[in-house]
Design a protein around this ligand. Structure first.
Ligand code: NAD
Ligand code: MLT
Length: 311
């Protein structure tokens, strides 16, 4: 069978497919659009990460496609309705990068609370700016977690152990589940944000969550820090940049943006107290090996008419 891979995945996944007897072609310059519509002819499995837009036009042109494998969690770059209409399986790798994403969230929390990138930059520029950075501890502070799924739970465990009180907003989980994580479940998003000194976002990007954190929500978190290592479109970037710039928020840390790659026009890039990374949440060797091999296994299972695990 022919497998086309359009975003870089670990060699372990490519090797697993080749060892199973399949032909694997990599084309990492394809981001979607006409180039993918052209390349998809004769392809039986397409493997992507977040860098390829798999649109309805791709499914319409993909007569031989059995499965789209997403070597990661979010499937917001894949037109799921179109896949269903064309009988194509979409399989993500829901577990392999969860710990990497949670660790990155914790790192970003400290980065923004202690101005680590800013202080680092000043020292590298030859300045000893010790007197200019007075940070916040996480100990004895409240963390609001929006979305207590896989990543949210791993973040909860780690920051709970560092002395934070946990408040959760997630309309789809039970009070018992929140309690098991040592968190208080709050029914209203505004109340949850108002209770937090830090707020961290861990929902998928869905029509329901797109833009869910806007000017009014940020105002509830007054004086606090917002961390978003989920998806860019969930937070209104203009509102966030304004809120940090005018001091409504103490700072923000972001790993994902409404426009990727390179959100060159995002106002967030110009705000001093906003810490940014280029979608690095899953960028560890272990996570990349995990998601690559899990995705290869899903593709092989689909080719063998075996059940495909995803979430
Ligand atoms: P998950 O599906 O396990 O959990 C998502 C949680 O969000 C669920 O508990 C769900 O009930 C909750 N939720 C859904 N709609 C909600 C709403 N309107 N309000 C509040 N909560 C809502 O997903 P996950 O594996 O924990 O991933 C979380 C996010 O992190 C996703 O957006 C994923 O794409 C992203 N992610 C990013 C990186 C990265 O590299 N930055 C890495 C991994 C995951
Ligand atoms: C994910 O949803 O898993 C993340 O976007 C990680 C990635 O693929 O870079």
């Amino acid at each position: 069978m022919n497998v086309l891979v359009t975003d870089p995945i670990a060699d372990a996944g490519l090797d697993r497919l080749r060892d199973a007897g399949h032909t694997v072609e990599t084309a990492y310059d394809i981001e979607g659009g006409d180039a993918l519509v052209e390349a998809i002819e004769g392809v039986n499995a397409l493997i992507v990460r977040s860098g390829t837009e798999v649109s309805r036009e791709v499914f319409e042109a993909a007569d031989d496609l059995v499965i789209v494998g997403r070597a990661g969690i979010g499937v917001d770059n894949i037109d799921i309705d179109a896949a269903t209409d064309h009988g194509v399986i979409v399989a993500n790798a829901p577990e392999g990068n969860v710990r990497a994403a949670a660790e990155h969230t914790v790192a970003m929390t400290f980065a923004v609370a202690r101005s680590i990138p800013q202080a680092h930059g000043r020292l590298k520029d030859g300045e000893w700016a010790k007197g200019e950075f007075l940070g916040s501890e996480v100990n004895n502070k409240t963390l609001t977690i929006v979305g207590l799924g896989r990543v949210g739970q791993e973040v909860a465990k780690r920051l709970d152990s560092l002395g934070m009180d946990l408040v959760v907003y997630d309309p789809y989980i039970s009070e018992e589940r929140a309690e098991r994580m040592g968190a208080e479940l709050v029914e209203d998003l505004h109340d949850a944000l108002a209770a937090g000194d830090f707020a961290t976002i861990h929902t998928p990007l869905l029509p329901e969550t797109e833009g869910m954190i806007g000017e009014e929500e940020l105002a509830q978190l007054e004086g606090g820090y917002l961390i978003n290592c989920a998806r860019g479109g969930i937070v209104d970037e203009d509102a966030l940049a304004a809120a940090v710039d005018d001091g409504t928020l103490a700072g923000a840390a972001l790993d994902s943006f409404a426009t990727e790659p390179l959100p060159a026009d995002s106002p967030l890039l110009d705000v001093e107290d906003v810490v940014v990374t280029p979608h690095l949440g899953a960028a560890t060797e272990a996570a990349q090996e995990n998601v690559a091999t899990d995705t290869a296994d899903a593709v092989i299972a689909a080719f063998n008419d075996e059940p495909v695990i995803n979430a």
